[in-house]
Write a protein that binds this ligand. Structure first.
Ligand SMILES: Cc1cc2nc3c(=O)[nH]c(=O)nc-3n(C[C@H](O)[C@H](O)[C@H](O)COP(=O)(O)OP(=O)(O)OC[C@H]3O[C@@H](n4cnc5c(N)ncnc54)[C@H](O)[C@@H]3O)c2cc1C
Length: 402
């Protein structure tokens, strides 16, 4: 194999190129980055960068010299199409990259509400440009600024914590009964709600959003570049409207697979790979964009978490080289892990945590603001969750390894 292209310069793509070199691949290697910046890390965006504690440059994985030393060519531009039979990637400017091996690592993009996103003051958060715009909006809304966050997943709750820390008035709205219920279940979700309420955030769970309300845009050109108007509120399913100067829509994400339409790859919930992360001959996928049949959980999964992206990028790279060398591929079978930082609390989850598992608190208590919970299914530990209990987690993690 002489020529490998990795599309997507996030955590998974960077892990893939570094692993390819570490495993001895000496051929031509290109990393296609859809954004103008050097590859950077996303978790600090909703935390240290949004609060102003970190300069955005600090999120870079590596300096340019690192890629030069690895002889990795960074190509800035978005891929438009894939010709899998002809082994060719085409970028939106028409530039073409031929490959013998391809790794797809294009991540996800924020899901949007059906309408209202063109109003000034409405934001999503995925990349550096988004966090700069959101931070400007916070600054512009001043001390009395009213921020409404649509969606109480981990992203929405992290932004709520950051905005509250900046002194803004924050309301979070979600149709589900507790914040982060899909990630931590109802019991810990209730603790997340209490944490935020204790900090002065208004948490409106069990409430749906029916639309965004804004000015008409007529005579409003200074505020809305395209004359679409400015957001003034969020309409709720109980008929009321929450006034808002700034709205963050944090209602999940969809895999970045549009550029793969017509490629012949199986695109369901992301790029559908086998357990070795292979999507087609010589084509692998990794990170948020890819799903695979998990040997551990006996079902197809797609995980949008930071550590998984690195582990997957590395595994995809190894298996691409294994395919070429005629070696046995290695199944991708990690124990999932994610964390979330809100105020001074660090939440950490190892394993598979589904809402139907009931947690037992094994150490500490919700009231103490420090605890470890073990989730069991049919009596067998399936996940462990730490709430400001980082030092205790390695021991509990072992429970999941049998
Ligand atoms: C604000 C924020 C906070 C987070 N916090 C946490 C956290 O606390 N804990 C945790 O576990 N996880 C967290 N995550 C999730 C974690 O960051 C992701 O799981 C991880 O970044 C996924 O890496 P990836 O490489 O798969 O995708 P990405 O990091 O999304 O990288 C994909 C790259 O591909 C590029 N791309 C897309 N389309 C194309 C195209 N057509 N052509 C070329 N390039 C393209 C994109 O521009 C992007 O640079 C957070 C995510 C966000 C957005």
């Amino acid at each position: 194999m002489d020529n490998i292209v990795v599309v997507g310069g996030g955590a998974a793509g960077v892990a893939a190129v570094e692993t390819l070199r570490a495993e001895g691949f000496t051929g031509s290697l290109a990393l296609v980055c859809g954004e103008p910046e050097l590859p950077y890390d996303r978790p600090p965006l909703s935390k240290q960068v949004l609060t102003g504690a970190w300069d955005p440059d600090r999120t870079r994985f590596r300096e340019a010299s690192h890629y030069a030393e690895l002889n990795v060519r960074l190509v800035h531009g978005a891929a438009r199409s894939l010709d899998a039979a002809g082994r060719m990637v085409e970028l939106i400017d028409g530039y073409r990259l031929a490959y013998d091996g391809l790794i797809i690592a294009t991540g996800v993009r924020p899901r949007r509400l059906p309408s209202g996103h063109d109003l000034a003051g409405v934001h999503v958060l995925r990349g550096l440009a988004d966090v700069a715009a959101l931070r400007d909006a916070f600054d512009a809304s001043g001390a009395t600024g009213r921020v409404v966050i649509v969606g109480a997943g981990f992203l929405g709750m992290e932004v709520a914590a950051a905005a509250r820390g900046l002194g803004l008035h924050v309301t979070v709205v979600d149709p589900l009964t507790e914040p982060m219920i899909r990630q931590v279940g109802p019991v810990v979700g209730a603790a997340v709600a209490a944490l935020h309420r204790g900090q002065g955030v208004v948490v409106r769970t069990g409430t749906g959003v029916t639309g965004l309300v804004g000015t008409s845009g007529v005579g409003d050109a200074a505020e809305a570049e395209d004359g679409a108007g400015r957001v003034t509120g969020v309409a709720l399913d109980d008929g009321s409207t929450l006034p808002a100067d700034c709205v963050l829509v944090a209602i999940g994400a969809v895999p970045e697979t549009e550029w793969l339409a017509g490629s012949g790859l199986s695109l369901g919930n992301g790029v559908e790979c086998d357990e070795y992360l292979r999507a087609a001959s010589g084509v692998y996928a990794a990170g948020d964009v890819a799903s695979w049949p998990s040997p551990r959980y006996q079902r197809r999964v797609r995980i949008e978490h930071r550590m998984n992206a690195t582990e997957m990028g590395s595994c995809a790279a190894k298996n691409l080289l294994n395919e070429e060398a005629g070696r046995e591929p290695v199944p991708f079978d990690p124990l999932p892990y994610f964390w979330s930082d809100q105020y001074k609390v660090k939440l950490q989850v190892h394993g598979d945590l589904s809402a139907e598992c009931t947690p037992t608190i094994e150490e500490g208590s919700v009231e103490d603001g420090k605890f470890v919970a073990v989730f069991r299914r049919d009596g067998v530990p399936s996940a462990v969750l730490g709430w400001s209990a980082a030092a205790r987690m390695p021991g509990y993690r072992k429970l999941l390894l049998g």
